[in-house]
Design a protein around this ligand. Sequence first.
Ligand code: PLP
Length: 394
Amino acid sequence: MLKLNDNFLRLSDSYLFTEINRRTADFQRQNPDKKVIRMGVGDVSLPLTPTVINALHSATQEQADAATFQGYGPEVGYKFLKQAIADNYYALRNIHFDLDEILINDGIASDIANFPEMFSDDAKVLITDPVYPAYLDSNTMAGKEITMLSTTLYPTVSEQINHLKTTGYQPDIIYLCYPNNPTGLALTFAELGQWVEYANKEHAIILFDAAYEAFIQDEDVPHSIFEIEGAKQCAVEFCSFSKSAGFTGLRCGFTVVPKQIADGKLLHNWIRRVCTKYNGAPYIVQRAAEAALSKQGRAEAIENIKYYLQNAIILREGLAEIGLTVKPRQNSPYLWVNVGMPSWDFFDMLLSKYAIVCTPGVGFGKAGEGFVRFSAFANRQLTQEAVERLKNNK
Ligand code: PLP
């Protein structure tokens, strides 16, 4: 008998997007004349900016000439991109890293999903619920003991930490994602500081997903966990160019592992792992990411972020028309809406009445039941059209 990894049997079916597509296709079949508007997707709609495109062109040209051709690059990423990250991403916020603490990847999904293998089999994992499903699935595959912490039941960080203390549960690994997918919530310096203090006290590690960092507008919200004192002792950070610079298709991100953690052993092991299991992100993509971090690249990216944030404002006003209040949020492309009924019932209602698709919150975890997620990543025209429908048909 082939000895398969039985942990895969513990995975729940990842049917969220399949089910959304099935119900949408059924609706479209029955209503061929209706134009469905998808307000659920987490993918960007704006093209890459001119500075990124120029960098792609010139890096491609380099590949055409034997004198500048690049073959295999460093598995951990080219120095030019690590330097751009150290200077234009971290040093701007007064955070300083050695270049070997920064590792380039092809987007953070794989690094996040591969990180559980850095820890012992009996390491206990805490995951907030609702959240991006990869944390739960990758730890399930790795056979870890997982506890979900409902941020619906315990909305504030104080309540969450108190809950851990009263139940006596002590996690070794804590996944945090802020601004959060799907809730859009961001943590202030003080709130994230509570997690850092807790992790240091309990000797836990925080795996911090900063995928939506670029959407942060509030002054009291940190962009990086390393803006918090003590975080270099207890946190690893995952940053992506996907949402900040539209790289969802191009694929580039970076993981930062401070050398302070476990006397440098975590960094050492992670580098060892990367060099064994990965052969590096493409040269031309890394040149594009470097360009995205240039002064001009960042200015262009900010314009795109503003566009999505404006979509979010338009959408929020539209939802108010049908009696759904969404707290004003300035730090996220997602609107997380309490719909007062099961998530899938609302999904069906919205589809049949308005031909609009949202994402049922329960797909992001049990604690997401009763909520749906709207995304501001659609283009402006579709966002406005969706809002018009809500206004006219209410
Ligand atoms: N983390 C979160 C919270 C996300 O929502 C996503 C993608 O949607 C990712 C990570 C994956 O990002 P990447 O495109 O860099 O793999």
